[in-house]
Design a protein around this ligand. Structure first.
Ligand code: PMP
Length: 404
């Protein structure tokens, strides 16, 4: 069981007032707030450790390297990867997907080859593939959804051809909250000998992740959405795949030897980590992961599920409420519109009540087209949110409805 009152004390920003109202922060899908331990870790590293990592013989460099590599260990354990060589530090999910789209399409795809994505992808799992498509002459195929916002698995099965080279799908939709059956999807893809990249931006913060159990070939997530700092994220890749891919960017760290005639590349995972890494960020991310691990990902998942169910039933009672995303398996994200109130008006007015929600297309324009709307209001939950906050949201919506 989580003690939410104690947990909230770990997040100083949650006691802020906005326009004289207590902050109700329901924009966790965009980014999460940071516990004191994470902020302290950043300050402490800059005050007491800071030095560039790897190859430094001096005390501070060795200390910083230790923290950076320990962070890789922490992440490897957290997602249950086989080895730390499979953990590549990136700037976040977006960079992780770009890395795979660029390197995989270069090494493993030719003109006419196909990548399968879904109708509910974030732009960051569409555009990198489109860019690869332009460079390599490959095609995108799209798994459709039903009106509840669930992927149609029969249609997914039909999309495979002898030209399918990779599947790239989101684990949890940042708009609908749908939890996709990725384990089953991986197994279907593997029957066709096709690897799978999972966009875990919205799942890693909420659901226990075991990449070996999922058997996915790549898994991407962002530090800032899992209570860590901005600018750091992770790409997990099975060693056999990472070995097959060419480097992403060139520079320091990713090489073994350089001459003007020939350069040899570093071993995994450094082959994919050109330049000075965000070693303060990696350590702070590990502190965030230690924080959620101490709470227990199962406890977090269970609590957030109950809170999502509560929010769904509370919001559904509001007359004129239309909720987008009513999948049987749904997690922590609720998108909605009320009557004919524009999403932007709703978001702006809720803000005046101290309630932070997101409005717009949520970087998923193709999904908006599928739903036949321009945007939604989105409340996205974290374990520090409470039923009282959901009540404040519901009361706020009622008040605004009366104004219109
Ligand atoms: N995928 C999904 C499903 C997301 O929700 C997001 C962030 N909104 C991203 C990818 C991109 O993450 P980032 O901006 O941290 O790279």
């Amino acid at each position: 069981m989580l003690n939410i009152k104690d947990i909230r004390n770990d997040f100083p920003i949650l006691s802020l007032s906005v326009y004289g109202k207590p902050l109700v922060y329901l924009d966790n899908g965009a980014t999460t707030q940071k516990p004191r331990a994470v902020v302290d870790a950043i300050t402490n590293e800059y005050y007491n450790v800071n030095a560039n990592v790897h190859r430094g013989v001096h005390f501070l460099s060795q200390k910083a390297t230790e923290l950076h590599e320990q962070a890789r260990e922490t992440i490897h354990t957290f997602i249950h990867a086989k080895s730390t060589s499979e953990i590549v530090f990136t700037r976040g999910t977006t960079e992780s997907v770009n890395l795979v789209a660029t390197c995989f399409s270069e090494a493993c795809m030719n003109e006419g080859d196909e990548v399968i994505v879904s109708a509910m992808e974030h732009h960051s799992n569409i555009v990198p593939w489109q860019m690869a498509a332009q460079r390599r002459g490959i095609r995108l195929k799209v798994i459709p959804i039903n009106d509840k916002g669930e992927l149609l698995l029969d249609e997914y099965r039909k999309l495979f051809t002898e030209r399918t080279r990779i599947v790239s799908v989101t684990h949890v939709s940042n708009v609908l909250g749908t939890v996709n059956p990725v384990k089953e999807m991986v197994s279907i893809a593997h029957e066709h000998g096709v690897p799978v990249l999972i966009d875990g931006a919205q799942s890693a913060p909420h659901i226990p992740i075991d990449v070996q159990d999922l058997d996915c070939d790549f898994f991407a997530f962002s530090g800032h959405k899992i209570y860590g700092p901005t600018g750091i994220g992770v790409l997990y890749g099975k060693e056999e795949w990472l070995d097959r891919l060419p480097p992403y960017q060139g520079g320091g760290e990713m090489i073994q030897h350089v001459s003007f005639e020939k350069t040899t590349f570093n071993e995994l995972p450094y082959k994919f980590e050109a330049g000075t890494p965000d070693y303060v960020g990696s350590h702070a991310l590990a502190v965030a992961i230690d924080y959620v691990s101490a709470l227990g990902m199962d406890n977090i998942h269970q609590y957030e599920r109950q809170l999502t169910d509560y929010a769904m039933s509370k919001l559904q009672q509001i007359e004129g409420m239309r909720i987008y995303g009513t999948a049987d398996d749904k997690d922590a994200v609720i998108s909605f519109l009320v009557g004919n109130i524009h999403h932007l008006d709703m978001g702006t007015l809720l803000d005046r009540l101290g309630i932070a929600v997101r409005t717009g297309h949520h970087c998923a324009e193709p999904l908006m087209h599928r739903l036949g709307i321009e945007g939604t209001v989105r409340a996205s939950l974290a374990f520090y949110n409470t039923r009282e906050e959901i009540d404040i949201l519901a009361d706020g919506i009622q008040r605004l409805k009366q104004m219109f």
